[in-house]
Design a protein around this ligand. Structure first.
Ligand code: CA
Length: 225
């Protein structure tokens, strides 16, 4: 499943594309003007953005230009037929691809697949993770359980991130120490046990879930089931 942002002021086109993408199993968020689109693109994690050029408030090229100062989210521009300048400017500004309107939905879907594959799993799937109802958004540095925000310190957050990213793999204390505290950290290896205890208090116990598993004599793991 991918999370896709559609920035398009023509509601009918946006709705049509949304239905197709949802039908293919994606999660879709829509914005109808450039400013709202830019806000969402900067504040949330998306696998891909479909960005119309002609938009109210802030045009698509400007949205892309500002987005690229901060993020590398793949972008496919939607341009008017024969607007050659838009295509050139879009690619110059860091668009991954463009498609001219009116487009056949099959062609758009094919281009989306290519754009998603090109970026591989590096962007969102790593930055947006969910296991047993615990959702981690690393871009926003947020953890929510059942929709409720959980306050974590930086080290607790980092420990949870490493465990979730390596789900189903047992990690020993040394490995966790290096990941969470850095290789040059000098201290007791039982700090990991302490952070695990804090995480369990804040998540497992509070929400009645069994998230972190202790593997005796080895270390810890987060198992998907
Ligand atoms: Ca438009």
């Amino acid at each position: 499943m991918s999370r896709i942002l559609i920035v398009e002021d023509e509601a009918k086109i946006a709705r049509f594309v949304e239905l197709e993408l949802v039908h293919e199993g994606n999660e879709v968020v829509k914005a109808f003007d450039g400013r709202k689109g830019l806000d969402l693109a900067l504040s949330e994690a998306f696998d891909l953005i479909l960005l119309d050029v002609m938009l109210p408030q802030l045009n698509g090229l400007e949205v892309l230009r500002r987005l690229r100062m901060e993020k590398e989210t793949p972008v496919i521009m939607l341009t008017a037929r024969d607007a050659v300048m838009d295509k050139v400017s879009g690619l110059d500004a860091g668009a991954d691809d463009y498609i001219t309107k009116p487009f056949a939905i099959e062609e758009l879907l094919a281009r989306i697949r290519v754009a998603l594959k090109k970026r591989g799993s590096s962007s969102v799937s790593d930055n947006l993770m969910e296991i047993k109802g615990v959702r981690m958004d690393c871009d926003r540095h947020e953890v929510t359980v059942k929709g409720e925000a959980v306050e974590l310190t930086n080290r607790e957050f980092e420990l949870l991130r490493v465990l979730m990213k390596n789900k189903n793999i047992v990690l020993d204390r040394d490995k966790l120490m290096n990941e969470v505290c850095g290789y040059d950290y000098v201290g007791e290896t039982n700090v990991i046990d302490v952070y695990i205890r804090y995480l369990r208090t804040k998540i497992d116990e509070r929400y009645g879930i069994k998230l972190i598993t202790t593997v005796r004599g080895v270390g810890y793991a987060i198992k998907e089931r």
